[in-house]
Design a protein around this ligand. Structure first.
Ligand code: ZN
Length: 192
């Protein structure tokens, strides 16, 4: 457990509580305890204060885990959401596929597609599982990937050519499923 960056007392993370301490290092709480909190960079006054915090924690009646992302150490779904929201990279697709007119099961499917989390054959092979891949969507079997199933297979190309053109999406202009979906969101009429 990190001495500076994780919450081990009920006063929040020390890096926030003592924000004027320069260059808080990567010292563990265990190491800090073993040196009686003689941590480089902090004054004797702060050391005494931290010793008091530690002793109060050790002598407390309760022994429960403290959540890092709230100052009082209590878990809330709100704080978890805010933490995850800030930690995850911005996805330009998100404002399109979570809209109300797209059925939720399709939104979830697309969310899984973006995270490479749909168990097509090539994804299973990625997990070091020996598997002979063979799609069931073409007369002559091909390797089953997301791009194949939804973009390159005989069924997929027929559907894209049949319906995509109506909405201004021409399959041959795009190199992969992701680019095509991006175009659909940006070119095709809203609600199509
Ligand atoms: Zn196929």
């Amino acid at each position: 457990m990190s001495f500076w960056y994780e919450i081990w007392s009920c006063a929040g993370a020390l890096v926030d509580t003592f924000s004027d301490v320069a260059n808080p290092g990567r010292i563990s709480l265990k190491d800090a305890v073993e040196t009686n909190f003689m941590v480089p960079g902090i004054s004797d006054t702060i050391t005494t204060h931290i010793q008091g915090m530690y002793n109060a924690r050790i002598m407390a009646d309760s022994d429960t885990r403290l959540w890092l992302h709230t100052s009082d150490g209590l878990f809330t779904t709100n704080s978890a959401f805010r933490h995850l929201h800030m930690a995850v990279a911005f996805c330009p697709f998100a404002r399109f596929y979570w809209v109300k007119f797209i059925p939720k099961k399709m939104s979830v499917m697309f969310w899984r597609f973006l995270r490479n989390a749909i168990p097509v054959d090539v994804r299973i092979q990625d997990c070091a599982i020996n598997l002979a891949s063979g799609c069931v969507c073409c007369a002559h079997r091909n390797i089953e990937s997301m791009d194949h199933l939804f973009f390159r297979s005989e069924v997929a190309t027929f559907l894209w050519d049949r319906f995509g053109a109506i909405f201004g999406i021409h399959r041959l202009n795009y190199s992969c499923l992701k680019d095509t979906i991006w175009a659909w969101f940006n070119i095709a009429p809203r609600g199509s």
